[in-house]
Design a protein around this ligand. Structure first.
Ligand code: NDP
Ligand code: 2IT
Length: 445
């Protein structure tokens, strides 16, 4: 890393102790920005990097709720409003026991550059709670969401901050939160949340968007080498929203998806996964990967090792941060992987990223590859603003165009900095430049 940027990084560590994921995300971006600082020394003078690394506002709050037996629980809620240079804070809410400030800050920081890459008017933010929705009844989830929104509503608004889903937050949770927001504010403010149901202000394709977009990005990368997804073997980790729709689009494009996972283990299904069965188990029954194996004769539960031991052409990590490490990357490379596109946020460790890039694997960082979700959220906001509902086909065309544009922009930026094929550097620089220019125009803010 450039020495001047190293100093910025050290100050970020000192100001934010114990937030390992945030440090990791900041480091990855700063490592890309050396050549930008050389071209724009004014960014250093104006402390542009320090400004971008410091959230505009951080909200931490108590979330009390009562379970079905009458026992009281206290969780912690977060919303980090990171950067509003390009638009209202935009980014999902994560409900998972591993959530703490460092996770929300890493996600909010990544979101700034991802949202910038979409070309749409959205700033960066993220929120969530250490609440674990798994094993809770619908009524418990509802009471939690209502309590969470009873504090958060005062910080939100269609022009201020617009949350959506992430791990543990899907259509059910967005429904409970929108209902509570509407009740407290007495406003039918559709544009305050995205990922809403289709009958009440949601956008078609939002459910599919992140996974679909990730696969479109992977296909664009393959095209640079004269190849497509047709006939390729694909592995997807996770089996949530992103994993399911990445699998669906990969299959539509002629690939065979040979496995998936959840936190309890992984499944290999050499016949190609049965998506209807997976959706039934994960979206409707909220079951585990073992339920799939019980009902599908071609499927086997992974006995040892990891999902990344299976030889594939395309790896799509779609579960969570740091789920693909250096050893696993080395195994994938040995087995001939051609493309890795991150559906999740920061799923590959820095060592893994380094190995993929050194081996000449086409590697797409999450902030580029998974931007289709938030981009379609911005399309949902557009539909809400005009009180309209676009068709599935039209909305998917818009999403596909956005993903192709991001690919082109990222590749062109990498080229122009003398690093062709370096999608990490291309995404970081292209995302950063727009935000920095806007902040510069606003004066000292
Ligand atoms: P879901 O909650 O729908 O699914 C998450 C999946 O990942 C589940 O299969 C879950 O397994 C698994 N998982 C989560 N945490 C862990 C863990 N600590 N160890 C092992 N497996 C884990 O979330 P999404 O699909 O929405 O999100 C997946 C990733 O994609 C996240 O990184 C998210 O930030 C990112 N993303 C999501 C977008 C969206 O629009 N939803 C947009 C862009 C990125 P289990 O059920 O067993 O916990
Ligand atoms: O990580 C992400 O981009 C998301 N969870 C989606 C955010 C959004 O506002 O749609």
């Amino acid at each position: 890393m450039d020495q001047k940027l190293e100093r910025v990084y050290e100050s970020v560590i000192a100001r934010n102790p114990g937030e390992a994921e945030f440090h990791q995300a900041v480091r990855e971006v700063l490592e890309s920005l050396g050549p930008v600082i050389d071209r724009h020394p004014e960014y250093l003078e104006m402390k542009m990097l320090e400004r971008i690394c410091e959230p505009e506002r951080q909200i931490i709050f108590r979330v009390p709720w009562m379970d079905d037996k009458g026992e009281v629980h206290i969780n912690r809620g977060f919303r980090v409003e990171f950067n509003s240079a390009l638009g209202p804070y935009k980014g999902g809410l994560r409900f998972h026991p591993s959530v703490y400030l460092g996770v929300i800050k890493f996600l909010g920081f990544e979101q700034i550059f991802k949202n910038s890459l979409t070309g749409l008017p959205i700033g960066g933010g993220k929120g969530g709670s250490d609440f674990d929705p798994r094993g809770k009844s619908d009524s418990e989830v509802m009471r939690f969401c209502q309590s969470f929104m009873t504090e958060l509503y005062r910080h939100l608004g269609e022009y201020t901050d617009v949350p959506a889903g992430d791990i543990g937050v899907g259509g059910r949770e967005i429904g409970f939160m929108f209902g509570q927001y509407k009740r407290i504010t007495n406003r039918y403010e559709s544009g305050v949340l995205t990922g809403k149901g289709i009958g009440w202000g949601g956008s078609l394709v939002r459910t599919e968007a992140t996974g679909y977009g990730t696969v479109v990005f992977a296909e664009e990368m393959l095209k640079t080498r004269g190849e497509t997804l047709d006939g390729k073997r694909v592995m997807v980790s996770g089996s949530g929203n992103v994993a399911i729709y990445a699998s669906e689009k990969a299959a539509q494009l002629g690939a065979t998806v040979v496995g998936f996972s959840d936190s309890s283990g992984f499944v290999v299904d050499e016949a190609g996964i049965d998506l209807d069965l997976l959706k039934q188990i994960k979206e409707i029954e909220r079951g585990r990967v073992s339920d799939y194996v019980e009902r599908r004769s071609s499927a086997k539960l992974g006995a040892n090792g990891s999902i990344w031991d299976v030889p594939v052409d395309v790896a799509l990590p779609c579960a969570t941060q740091n789920e693909l490490n250096g050893d696993q990357a080395a195994t994938l490379i040995r087995n001939g992987v051609k493309v890795v596109a991150e559906g999740a946020n920061m799923p590959t460790t820095p060592e893994g990223v380094h190995l993929f890039q050194e081996a000449g694997v086409l590697f797409a960082p999450g902030k580029a590859a998974n931007a289709g979700g938030v981009a379609t959220s911005a399309l949902e906001m557009q539909q809400n603003a005009s009180r309209d509902l676009w068709s599935f086909e039209y909305t998917e065309d818009r999403l596909t165009d956005i993903m192709k544009n991001i690919h082109e922009q990222v590749a062109a930026t990498a080229d122009s900095y003398g690093r062709p094929g370096d999608y990490v550097m291309g995404a970081n620089i292209a995302g950063f430049e727009k935000v920095a220019k806007a902040i510069q125009a606003f004066g000292l803010v």
